[in-house]
Design a protein around this ligand. Structure first.
Ligand code: NDP
Ligand code: ZN
Length: 353
C-alpha cells in the first residue's frame, strides 16, 4: 500500500512523493502523525546539503503520533497509544549505547535516523525502531502541538545546558535564541544559573528568552557580543557558554568570553565550512582550562518521559514557542519554508493533522 510523504528530492529540492507504507519489524512500531514540526536541521540538510545528497528521502524528525501497528515483541505499547517520538531513536543494544552514547549507536550521529538515512515523519505513516525503548506515551491533558517540542527542541536545548555543565549561580551566555536556544535558556534557568545572558535579535525570541529566565539580552546586530559581555561583566566573562546559533566563528567568541575553567556546550549544527577555529591566546595558549563539548541530543523513552514530566508539573511551557500553527498536511511546505526564511515573528511552526 502506498502513502504520501513530503521529501527531499535532492539538494535544494523538496516535494510530495509516494512510497510504500513501511513494514513493521518485531521490536518496532508504525505510527501515524498527529502533529509534526519542521526543524532548522531540515533546512541544513536540504539547502546546505550538510549531510550530503539524499534522493526522495521523506523529511522531518519531530512528531507526536498514534500507533497503528506494533511488532510481536513490543511489550509496553499497543495500537491506539498516543506517543511522543524523539528525533533520535538509537539502537539500544549497540556498544555505543552501552558506552553511554546512544545517539552515536552504529557510528557517529547514527542514532539520528529520521530524515538522515531513513524516511522521516512528514508522511502519512512512519516507522520507529525499538518502540519500547524509543517511544514515550503522551500523558493525558498535554496538547500534542506543544508536546512536539519534546521531539527535538527541548532535548537539544536542554542538552546544551548539560554539555556546558551549568551549576547553581553560574553566569551563563546562551548564543542563539531560536527555539533550541530558548530551551537552553529554560534549562540553564532550571539548573540554577545566576546571571543568564541571551544572544539574539528577533523580538519574539527576545520576549520568550526573558520569559524563560534570561536576565540580560544581547543583540549581536548591535556590535561584537564579546565586547558587550565583557562590558557587562567588568571584563571577567562568563562561567558557561551554550552555543545554539551563529556559525563556525561563533566558537572564537564563545572561547573569548569564557572564564578560565569554563565550559562551552554546543548544540548548533555546523552545516558548512571545513574547520572551527580556536583562538590561541584566548584559549590560554592551550592551558586555559576552557573545555569545548558538542553533542547530538540523547534520544529514547526515559529521557522523553522525564522531559514531559516538566510539562506535566508546570515547570516548562513549550506553547510559547509555537508562533505559527497550521492544520493539515497541505501546509507542510509553507511551514518548512518559514523555517528556511525565518521571518521576524517566527519562533517555531507546527502542523497539526
Ligand atoms: P534558529 O535559526 O531559529 O536560531 C538561531 C539563533 O541564532 C537565533 O536567535 C539567531 O538570531 C541567532 N544568531 C544567528 N546568527 C548569529 C550570530 N552571528 N551570532 C549570534 N547569534 C546568532 O535555529 P534553531 O533554534 O531552530 O536551531 C539552532 C541550531 O540547533 C540549528 O543549527 C539546528 O540545526 C541545531 N539543532 C541541533 C540539534 C542537536 O541535536 N545538536 C537538534 C536540533 C537542532 P536572530 O534572532 O537574529 O534570528
Ligand atoms: Zn530537529
Amino acid at each position: 500500500m502506498k502513502m504520501k510523504g513530503y521529501a527531499m528530492l535532492g539538494i535544494g529540492k523538496t516535494g510530495w512523493i509516494e512510497k510504500e507504507i513501511p513494514a513493521c519489524g518485531p521490536l518496532d512500531a508504525i505510527v501515524k502523525p498527529i502533529a509534526v514540526s519542521p526543524c532548522t536541521s531540515d533546512v541544513h540538510t536540504v539547502w546546505e546539503g550538510a549531510i550530503g545528497d539524499r534522493k526522495d528521502m521523506i523529511l522531518g524528525h519531530e512528531a507526536v503520533g498514534e500507533i497503528v501497528e506494533v511488532g510481536a515483541l513490543v511489550k509496553d505499547l499497543k495500537v491506539g497509544d498516543k506517543v511522543i517520538v524523539p528525533a533520535i531513536t538509537p539502537d539500544w543494544g549497540s556498544l555505543e549505547a552501552q558506552g553511554g552514547y546512544s545517539m552515536h549507536s552504529g557510528g557517529m550521529l547514527a542514532g539520528w535516523k529520521f530524515s538522515n538515512f531513513k524516511d522521516g515523519v512528514f508522511a502519512e505513516y512512519f516507522h520507529v525502531n525499538e518502540a519500547d525503548a524509543n517511544l514515550a506515551r503522551l500523558p493525558e491533558g498535554i496538547d500534542p502541538a506543544s508536546a512536539v517540542m519534546l521531539s527535538d527542541m527541548v532535548p537539544t536545548g536542554f542538552h546544551g545546558a548539560e554539555l556546558a555543565g551549568v551549576e547553581y549561580g553560574d553566569s551563563v551566555c546562551v548564543i542563539g535564541i531560536g527555539p533550541v536556544g530558548l530551551m537552553s535558556v529554560a534549562a540553564a534557568s532550571l539548573k540554577g544559573a545566576g546571571r543568564l545572558f541571551a544572544v539574539g535579535s528577533r523580538p519574539n525570541c527576545v520576549e520568550a528568552a526573558k520569559a524563560y529566565g534570561a536576565t540580560d539580552i544581547i543583540n549581536y546586530k548591535n556590535g561584537d557580543i564579546v565586547a558587550q559581555i565583557m562590558d557587562l561583566t567588568g571584563g571577567k566573562g562568563v562561567d558557561k557558554v551554550i552555543v545554539a546559533g551563529g556559525d563556525n566563528d561563533t566558537f572564537i567568541q564563545a572561547i573569548t568570553m569564557l572564564k578560565p575553567g569554563g565550559r562551552i556546550g554546543n548544540v548548533n549544527y555546523l552545516g558548512s565550512g571545513d574547520y572551527v577555529r580556536v583562538p590561541r591566546i584566548e584559549w590560554g595558549c592551550g592551558m586555559g582550562h576552557k573545555t569545548i563539548a558538542g553533542g547530538l541530543m540523547p534520544g529514547g523513552r526515559l529521557r522523553m518521559e522525564k522531559l514531559v514530566s516538566l510539562m506535566q508539573y508546570g515547570r516548562l511551557d513549550t506553547s510559547r514557542l509555537l508562533t505559527h500553527r497550521f492544520k493539515g498536511f497541505e501546509h507542510m511546505e509553507e511551514a518548512l519554508m518559514l523555517m528556511k526564511d525565518k521571518p521576524k515573528d517566527l519562533i517555531k511552526p507546527v502542523v497539526v493533522l
